[in-house]
Design a protein around this ligand. Structure first.
Ligand SMILES: O=C(O)CCC(=O)C(=O)O
Ligand SMILES: [Fe+2]
Length: 325
């Protein structure tokens, strides 16, 4: 008897929900409240992340045209000479340009651009790749980044309010930063039917929002331990919980394990916003999330300590090993 394949929930964010978020933010919100629709959305998001650690999201404030422009301009980025791409070096792990220079990931090329306080990091990145200028790239990048960051904030606020700790949201966001990643995956070599694009992992950050071109390939490990291919509609995003949010939630929200498997004859492009605590920030389970049914699972820890510990010892149970009580 085969079980039904796991269905990752679809969630639609539109009009009224977002108006509520904007309004509450203008009046200095964060304290919760909100209409019935907003509350219903918060519950939907909480249920999705608690059960799957991810969900597929439709968000009408990021238009199809912007996504298409992003994929077009991203192709120009990856088409730059290897020598130019190699100029992007960042001292933090997993950010520098990775491509032919990385034999561990033969199909993937990537860049990770950190948000730097007080700096226009999207502009600096563009200027490094195109010293002669590329206003199309920088404008699309900035616009996409700011919209995806807003989306990240909406989702996190929904999660916080769904646990009745909306009062902690503002300081959590103030202590957060992000990395914007551009990724390209080659088709499997030598006519192989499939090949690993990115090995199985959980993201170490708080929350990841990804967008891909029409080429599928993302797989999620479901509760039964089966890899499930996620069909992400062209106009949707996938939202993935990272170890940071898992820790904050006292393990009520799992971090979805995922990988990329390439098949077919088309290159895959994806980009994503990875939000995370600032290096000095501490992740601490709110008291409200600890009770008899949910005893404390993780001690408070500095995010960067956990991250660098993982970098030096990349094990599957990195969070448990580092912060488990
Ligand atoms: O390219 C993708 O869709 C997934 C990328 C990913 O999982 C990551 O960069 O952590
Ligand atoms: Fe990932």
């Amino acid at each position: 008897m085969g079980s039904e394949p796991t269905q990752i929930p679809y969630i639609y964010f539109s009009g009224e929900v977002l108006d509520h978020f904007d309004h509450d933010r203008e009046v200095g919100g964060g304290g919760g409240g909100g209409g019935e629709k907003w509350k219903a959305m918060c519950s939907q998001v909480r249920e999705a992340v608690e059960n799957h650690g991810c969900f597929i999201l439709f968000y009408d404030k990021i238009h199809m045209t912007l996504r298409e422009e992003m994929f077009n301009t991203m192709k120009n980025l990856f088409d730059l000479p290897e020598e130019t791409k190699n100029k992007y070096v960042n001292p933090r792990p997993y950010r520098s340009y990775s491509g032919a220079n990385n034999p561990l990931l033969p199909l993937q090329e990537s860049f990770g651009v950190d948000n730097e306080p007080g700096q226009d990091s999207a502009q600096a990145f563009t200027d490094l790749m195109w010293p002669e200028g590329n206003p199309t790239f920088s404008e699309i990048f900035k616009s996409m980044k700011s919209k995806m960051l807003e989306l990240d904030n909406i989702i996190l606020r929904m999660v916080f309010e769904s646990y009745s700790v909306g009062k902690l949201y503002n300081s959590f966001i103030q202590d957060s930063t992000n990395t914007f990643r551009f990724m390209k995956y080659k088709v499997p070599p030598n006519n192989e039917p499939s090949a690993m694009g990115l090995i199985a992992h959980t993201d170490k950050n708080t929350l990841t929002i990804l967008c891909q071109n029409e080429v599928q390939g993302l797989e999620i490990l479901d509760k039964e331990g089966k890899w499930v291919t996620i069909m992400i509609p062209n106009d949707a995003f996938i939202v993935i919980v990272g170890d940071g949010l898992k820790a904050w939630s006292n393990a009520r929200i799992p971090a979805a394990k995922h990988r990329v498997v390439m098949s077919g004859d088309k290159e895959r492009y994806s980009f994503g916003l990875f939000s995370m605590p600032k290096e000095e920030a501490t992740i601490e389970v709110p008291l409200e999330l600890v009770d008899n049914d949910h005893p404390l699972v993780y001690r408070p820890f500095k995010f960067s300590d956990f991250f660098y510990n993982f970098v030096n010892n990349t094990r599957d149970d990195a969070l448990e090993a580092f912060a488990g009580v």
